[in-house]
Write a protein that binds this ligand. Structure first.
Ligand code: SF4
Length: 414
């Protein structure tokens, strides 16, 4: 365990805004602390789908449905390589049993309720309804040379962060492995149909999702097993999986320390991101309620442990919030804590919070942001300001939440 002394400011002339919820009431536990929900409320389970099963289980299920085992591979090719669940496209399957067979193996999981696209067409936010009416979102973004999908891992979230729209609604339930994977398959289908714009003439990269970030709804490590199974399906070569590179998959967390340690032992070279947002416990206790369980130093030690075990450089996510966590001394303290654990193991991604005028949750000024980044870089910590793509359609981190309007649109479809 590494302990570092906080480098507090000598002068307190710098303004300090305290976190607070606006327009909603934070749920509290018996001790008056923000409530953390780790267990998923019991609800009807989503139907079992091909993507929930291992290749061996798929063969078994196919046989149960009265088909020879090799049909599992044909179906996997349709789903993972051609991104289709439509029996009409599966002319290599016997026509008379096709509908029933496909319905048994590829039950519908996500119904598209709404789609918002930026003017340039290079970012699309999807609102999906799950089988039980729960709503989740994913955001598809094209960048030069890559296509990133921000996926949800839970309907709602139990971590109760006061700045996060998703956290306000609490945890509805964990998503199944197949519900997580289906977001990627559906995005690939949209791309294949030419519906994601913004491709540059000199961009010859593959037209499919190349990068995944688990930064949509939910705390991925609170739904650990299903998220790990989904990652395995994503990296499994085609036709049994999506054939993606593990390095292009980022699993993020607000700091569930035991789960970070478990992740380090998975031998999956995914990119690991810790959403830190404050280097001192005093502020982080209020900003990220899970800090009441695992403190900043414990989370950083676990993140460093991930680097030691996997050799993969860790990302620290830091939403810059005006006068709250953007002070120069906090940049220095963060650098000090990171350097105390070693060199070359970490990279910081500050992201200016989406501006909300008149709110305590608003973006740092450009000067303050630049100073924060400069101090970290000068201290030898590679730091890059992250893109806030998606903010114009409320698709940036902490903004994914179903609105009343979304719920009405979903209800109208039933
Ligand atoms: S910031 Fe992340 S962990 Fe916190 S409530 Fe929102 S979705 Fe959950």
């Amino acid at each position: 365990m590494t302990e570092t002394s906080p480098a507090r400011p000598v002068s307190t002339g710098v303004r300090q805004t305290r976190p607070r919820t606006e327009g909603w009431t934070q749920k509290k536990d018996a001790d008056g602390r923000p409530l953390l929900q780790f267990a998923s409320p019991r609800r009807g389970k989503p139907p079992v789908h091909l993507a929930d099963m291992t290749p061996a289980e798929r063969m078994e299920k196919v046989k149960e449905l009265g088909m020879p085992g090799f049909r599992a591979k044909q179906l996997s090719t349709h789903y993972f390589t051609h991104h289709t669940s439509d029996p009409a496209h599966m002319t290599d399957l016997p026509a008379e049993q096709r509908e029933e067979f496909v319905a048994g193996m590829l039950p519908p999981l996500l119904t598209e309720v709404r789609r918002l696209t930026t003017d340039r067409g290079d970012t699309i936010k999807f609102l999906w309804r799950l089988h039980d009416g729960a709503l989740v979102e994913s955001v598809l973004m094209r960048y030069p040379g890559r296509i990133t999908l921000c996926v949800s891992s839970q309907a709602g979230c139990g971590m109760n962060c006061p700045f996060c729209a998703t956290g306000q609604a609490g945890l509805t339930r964990n998503m199944s492995t197949a519900e997580i994977v289906e977001q990627v398959v559906r995005a690939n289908r949209v791309i294949a149909n030419g519906e994601l714009g913004g491709k540059r003439a000199d961009d010859h990269s593959m037209e499919r999702v190349s990068n995944i970030v688990f930064m949509g709804m939910g705390e991925p490590l609170a739904n650990y097993r299903r998220v790990m199974d989904a990652v395995r399906v994503m990296v499994e070569p085609q036709p049994n999986g999506l054939g993606m590179s593990a390095r292009g998959i980022t699993v993020s967390t607000v700091g569930l320390v035991p789960a970070i340690r478990k992740l380090a032992d998975e031998h999956l070279p995914v990119t690991f991101a810790l959403s830190l947002h404050a280097p001192d416990d005093e502020l982080r206790d209020e900003l990220i309620p899970v800090n009441s369980r695992w403190k900043v130093d414990e989370a950083l030690d676990a993140a460093y442990g991930y680097f030691e075990k996997t050799g993969r450089r860790v990302s620290i996510e830091y939403a810059l919030i005006k006068d709250m966590n953007d002070h120069a001394w906090r940049a220095d303290l963060l650098a000090e804590k990171l350097n105390a654990r070693g060199r070359g193991w970490v990279h910081v991604n500050p992201i200016p919070l989406n501006p909300t005028p008149e709110s305590v949750w608003t973006a740092s000024t450009r000067e303050v942001t630049e100073e924060f980044v400069r101090r970290l870089n000068d201290a030898g910590i590679p730091t890059t300001l992250r893109d806030t793509r998606g903010k114009e359609i409320d698709g940036a981190c902490g903004q994914l939440v179903a609105t009343t309007e979304d719920e009405s649109a979903a209800a109208a479809m039933v």
